[in-house]
Design a protein around this ligand. Structure first.
Ligand code: FE2
Ligand code: FE2
Length: 203
């Protein structure tokens, strides 16, 4: 039972929101590190580099549209998770390079040559890294830290969709194969139905 009640009335140096999840067995310092690494992946190794990758899909307007959804949703993921880092008593590095270097996924740098197949392969593998990273946060918080779990699960829902989108596009572009993602279009770019709690496309 999480009732140690060590936080005294008026004490602003301790947090009951941290005390209760620690009492349930969450390693809060480790969780903060994972969240900073994941925030770094969302912002630095995907959102930033997806901007460049999308530019180089010139001529493939359909691929650009999907890439734009994935890009803007990664920005939404960054914005969704950053407040949680601070609530847990953590903070972001005050140095962008340091932040970038501790990202949990490899930077999605423009491949050489920047063909559609190479770009789509990179996008697919970035989404797979995100699925693994957010699943690890879900595993660590399930049944113990409902708020972090909820945020991570919302992000994971979208990362799984992103993987399916890029499987569809890469299979089409590289192999001439049809492997549908099975999804309907977003209402507008960056809709992020799970992480922004928007309604699903339902005309
Ligand atoms: Fe993401
Ligand atoms: Fe993604």
């Amino acid at each position: 039972m999480a009732t140690s009640e060590t936080v005294q009335p008026g004490d602003v140096t301790q947090r009951v929101g941290v005390e209760v999840i620690r009492a349930r067995g969450v390693d809060v310092d480790k969780l903060i590190k994972m969240l900073v690494a994941n925030a770094g992946a969302e912002f630095a190794s995907t959102y930033y580099y997806y901007t460049i990758l999308r530019m180089h899909l010139a001529g493939h307007e359909d691929y650009k549209e999907i890439c734009e959804d994935a890009r803007l949703e990664d920005r939404a993921h960054w914005e969704l998770i950053v407040p949680r880092i601070y609530e847990l008593g953590g903070s972001l590095p005050n140095d962008l390079k340091e932040f970038h270097d501790q990202a949990g996924c490899r930077a999605a740098k423009l491949p050489d040559p920047p063909t559609a197949v190479n770009i789509l392969t990179l996008l697919l593998e970035s989404e797979r890294c995100a699925i693994r990273s957010w699943s690890a946060v879900c595993d660590m918080t399930f049944g113990k830290d409902p708020r972090t779990y909820d945020l991570a699960a919302r992000i994971l829902n979208e990362e799984i969709e992103h993987e399916a989108w890029f499987i569809e596009l890469l299979a089409h572009e590289r192999d001439g194969k049809s492997i549908p993602s099975g999804h309907f279009r977003r209402g507008e770019p960056g809709e992020a139905p799970y992480s922004k709690n928007r309604r699903f496309y339902n005309p």
